[in-house]
Design a protein around this ligand. Structure first.
Ligand code: MG
Length: 369
């Protein structure tokens, strides 16, 4: 089987309401998503999506995805998409780094490989655990009362896991955390996500003030060196998100004991092939994991649902369903969807999800024949 053509679409995915990231630093109202379909000479096609969470969150942006794919496409034409390690190597030799541009191509190849094998991707990744994955809401920074009201609106949809964005004034953050913990349901889990917004001093002040509440804080400071420094001064469990990009990062996080939880974002780490190795290393060292897209439609959520469901339930803390924050659905009725606050990976071969090309409009680029 050979890759014969790559077709690209760009789609604006408007949010249902403006989003403020931790500390109110970032506000945006739409996502710039890129969809790619890879066609083969045997009639199988696979879909991928890359959708950065705005362009100020990570070093990634929509035009960069499309420019990266333009550079990578010639290295993929003629390859067998089922030989995922060879596809990965071809992309890494063609364009070092730029993981977020490689991720949708890797995703489309996994989709084809699964269809060819007659297996859903979760089974290709080692096997599906039957329990669906709890979805974490994404609660943007607000007053303590406003954030609780937002959590309550997600509760009504069945959510029991919440990723709450903090990372502003330390006194206000302590108030937010205490207020939400005081109103947390017994079966609920809240992850306090700082998105790198605290200085080391601010992190130590807040984390020590609330350490007795048993909470977990995600990416409190910018770098892994920062995490190593505050580890010595706080007892609060830590989750690493933005600074987990490569297998080498995961190795350091495990070796130096920098965290207890990792958040594997598929687009950031370069797709399923690389993410599966990070998963294995994390599980070998007793980490618990969140697995999610960086953003995007139900297609990106479906990819994350497959990887998440390959992780045993005791190590799997949650995923995300960005699709529910969007005012536009380009694959109605297809892919992993919220069922009582959980995502269940499709059982059809491959991704088990595909956008409706008619809803994507005209392609922006085609490579190959
Ligand atoms: Mg995070």
């Amino acid at each position: 089987m050979k890759i014969t053509r790559l077709t690209l679409w760009q789609a604006d995915l408007p949010l249902t309401k403006p989003y403020f990231l931790s500390g109110g630093r970032l506000k945006f109202e739409r996502l710039d998503s890129t969809f790619v379909r890879i066609d083969t000479d045997e009639g199988l096609s696979g879909w991928g999506e890359a959708c950065p969470w705005g362009h100020t969150y990570l070093p990634a942006h929509g035009p960069g995805v499309r420019a990266g794919i333009e550079t990578l496409a010639p290295s993929l034409l003629g390859l067998d998409p089922r030989r995922l390690g060879l596809v990965e190597r071809a992309m890494d030799l063609c364009l070092p780094g730029h993981l977020y541009a490689k991720a949708p191509l890797d995703m489309a190849c996994w989709d084809i490989a699964g269809q060819a094998a007659g297996l859903p991707i979760a089974d290709m990744l080692g096997g599906r655990h039957p329990d669906p994955t709890p979805i974490a809401s994404s609660i943007s920074t607000d007053t303590p009362e406003g954030m609780l009201a937002n959590i309550q609106s997600y509760r009504a949809l069945g959510y029991r896991v919440h990723s709450v964005k903090v990372g502003a004034d330390t006194e206000e953050d302590i108030r937010r955390i205490r207020h939400l913990e005081a109103h947390r349901l017994p079966e609920e889990r809240i992850l306090y996500d700082v998105n790198r917004a605290w200085t080391r001093r601010e992190a130590v002040i807040v984390m020590n003030a609330v350490a007795g509440l048993g909470i977990t804080v995600e990416q409190p400071c910018e770098t892994l060196d920062d995490l190593a420094a505050i580890r010595a001064l706080t007892s609060c469990p830590i989750s690493v998100d933005e600074r987990l990009e490569t297998l080498r990062d995961m190795t350091r996080i495990a070796r130096d004991g920098l965290a207890e939880v990792v958040n594997i974002k598929l687009n950031r780490v370069g797709g399923l092939t690389k993410a599966a190795r990070i998963r294995d290393l994390a599980l070998a060292h007793g980490f618990q994991c969140y697995v999610m897209a960086t953003g995007g439609s139900a297609l990106a959520d479906t990819e994350a649902a497959h990887l998440a469901q390959s992780i045993p339930p005791e190590a799997r803390l949650g995923t995300w369903s960005c699709q529910e924050m969007l005012a536009r659905d380009v694959l109605p009725g297809s892919g992993a969807r919220n069922r009582g606050g959980h995502l269940d990976a499709p059982t059809a071969p491959g991704l088990g999800a595909a956008p409706d090309p008619a809803l994507l409009g005209a392609p922006v680029a085609t490579y190959g024949t």
